[in-house]
Design a protein around this ligand. Structure first.
Ligand code: PPS
Length: 567
């Protein structure tokens, strides 16, 4: 069991002549455009990473995997690999039919011979596979809110692998890795699964694990889909490449795994083990809280910290790979070196920087010590996560018509341009309606489209390091929240409620619209005949009654300073 098996794993690809023929035939079949997760699953199905699966699970296999962690024939398989489709598509498909599976550009990757079509009990799947039907679990959220309602199952004939344009030299199929290990003479290989950048503690623990197992080391990071909010794989791979140089020459290699993780803790660990076995590894590092999804909706952990190790240990023989339990490594100041947490000398000073603390230091441009990480890794992370005063952000004004949004937004823009460190774009309500949304009216549906367009443009500006100032009415809280979510993945979202009262707006009536609205000559007018949901927790509320524009804009500047966004 501890010697790597160099014989190839079965793949689902057909020969190149058959592929050409199948591809022609597939042109006439109904086709399903695969989702990003399904593309990851299909790649590992086809290249043998998910051996012994021969396709997307049938209903009998699915039931058995969900209930017993085994395929219907009894072999160990912990994760339902299913093809979820939409209602509309499912209506057109009957068992017995072949369908073409296409990537998002329309390239035909495989043919699925549909043998089963069913409506899964998602609540049961959530409870049995992920431990709870709780939307705080990313895979449960995916199951209920992203995945389609109907599953199709059946064997897959592989035509071609999904195309990757990035890091091609670092991607290997299971059989390519097996061949590499054979060529290098590596008979024992310990795999390290990761979805995070590696720092010194990881380097220490992986190297120790390899020494203990008397094995070579495979850094096997996931580049398919990881936990929402993780560092993107482009940045991570550049970090990994820097760390690779820190291992003694010829002991260690790295390969990228296009897996879509589910964050299913114990079941996921077993799954990861089977996948690594297929990739020719003999040992696998399982850590504390392996593939943990974070906290549930009550703020508790979904799984116990060592549940994954226990489940893995109970099935190690069958997985065919030996577990190397992860040692939690900590830095001991007096010794200037890393120790396993349970071997720290008495009375010694242990230093630690948590993930949250690391993000804070990056955000604020603070020092990240060399004992914690490698300078090359820190440099990559700093490049990707510049301090807040170098990142893009969005200031989103909301308020009634005539509340003074545009005037304050204009003054703010001029002040920010005077500072001159980042480009500034003003997306004023009227201007947007002229250039981006000229066909839209003021129904709820049209207002929402309008605000989402503004949000999209602002999120692109924010992503690219600029400052977006938006000044629409944006009367609906849910739409403002959606825009916030779009933007916060790239930078700060500063909501400013211009809280001028309706009476005051109407008294000023700068455009003469309130009079027309009162006379019924303008329909669906915000505040008069249409709702305005005032923000409950804006970053800032400004009152324009009794203070001038300059003062209001200055309050926004002070807020931006206090948030570390300028200065
Ligand atoms: S929304 O709800 O956010 O899409 O509205 P917005 O794009 O900001 O457009 C508001 C400006 O359009 C003028 N206008 C109206 N406002 C509200 N309701 C109705 N029915 C309406 N019809 C025209 C009005 O001049 C708004 O400009 P501001 O700058 O807010 O005063």
């Amino acid at each position: 069991m501890t010697h790597s098996n160099h014989a190839p794993v079965p793949e689902l690809y057909v020969s190149s002549e058959s592929a050409a023929k199948l591809k022609r035939e597939a042109g006439d079949m109904p086709s399903w455009d695969l989702t990003p997760r399904q593309i990851c699953d299909l790649e590992l199905l086809m290249n043998g990473g998910f051996n012994p699966l021969k396709g997307f699970l049938t209903e009998a296999d699915y039931d058995s995997v969900v209930e017993n962690m085994r395929l219907a024939d009894g072999s160990l398989w912990p994760m339902p690999i299913t093809l979820d489709v939409s209602e509309e598509f499912a209506e057109r498909i009957e068992p017995g039919q072949d369908i073409a599976l296409r990537d998002q550009e329309g390239v035909i990757l495989a043919i699925l011979s549909v043998t089963d079509k069913w409506r899964p009990n998602k609540k049961r799947e959530a409870e049995k596979v992920f431990g709870a039907d709780d939307l705080a679990h990313p895979a449960v959220n995916y199951l209920h809110n992203v995945a389609g309602p109907v599953y199709l199952g059946g064997p897959v004939l592989g035509i071609q692998p999904p195309v990757h344009y990035d890091f091609r030299a670092r991607r290997d199929t299971p059989n390519e890795l097996r061949a590499l290990f054979r060529k290098l003479g590596w008979r024992r290989v310990v795999a390290f699964q990761t979805r995070n950048p590696l720092h010194r503690a990881h380097q220490e623990l992986t190297f120790r694990a390899a020494r203990e197992a008397q094995a070579n080391l495979l850094i096997h990071p996931v580049v398919g889909m990881t936990k929402p909010g993780d560092v993107d794989h482009f940045t991570r791979v550049r970090c990994y490449e820097a760390v690779l140089d820190k291992y003694p020459a010829a002991t260690t290699t790295m390969s990228l795994l296009n897996l879509a993780m589910r964050m299913a803790g114990p079941r996921e660990a077993v799954w990861h083990g089977l996948i690594r076995k297929n990739h020719g590894c003999t040992h696998f590092i399982v850590g504390r809280d392996h593939a943990g999804p974070g906290k549930n909706s009550k703020g508790e952990d979904f799984y116990g910290p060592y549940d994954a190790q226990e489940l893995f240990a109970a099935h190690a023989e069958e997985i065919g790979i030996e577990m190397v339990p992860f040692k939690h490594m900590v830095y001991v100041q007096e010794k200037a070196q890393y120790f396993p947490a349970d071997e720290v000398p008495e009375g010694a000073t242990v230093l630690n920087i948590s993930g949250t603390e690391l993000r804070r230091r990056l955000r604020e441009g603070l020092e990240i010590p060399e004992w914690f990480s490698f300078p090359e890794v820190v440099a990559e992370l700093r490049r990707r996560f510049p301090p807040r005063n170098k990142q893009g952000f969005t200031v989103f004004f909301t308020g009634l018509s005539g509340s003074g949004k545009s005037t304050i937004a204009n003054a703010l823009m001029i002040k920010l341009m005077e500072m001159g460190d980042r480009p500034v774009t003003l997306l004023d309500g009227d201007v947007v309606r002229k250039h981006l949304s000229s066909e839209l009216g003021f129904s709820k549906e049209h207002r929402d489209i309008n605000i989402r367009r503004i949000g999209y443009v602002a999120s692109e500006i924010t992503k690219n390091g600029g400052i977006a100032i938006c000044a629409p009415i944006a009367p609906y809280a849910a739409t403002r929240r959606a825009v916030r979510e779009m933007i916060e993945q790239y930078g700060a979202f500063v909501e400013v409620h211009v809280a001028t009262s309706l009476e005051e707006c109407e008294r000023r009536d700068r455009k003469g619209l309130y009079r027309l609205a009162r006379e019924g000559k303008i329909k669906e007018f915000t505040g008069i005949s249409d709702p305005y949901e005032a923000p409950e927790n804006p970053e800032l509320r400004v009152d324009t009654e009794g203070q001038d524009v300059d003062n209001c804009a200055h309050q926004v500047i002070l807020k931006l300073e206090s948030m570390g966004l300028i200065g």
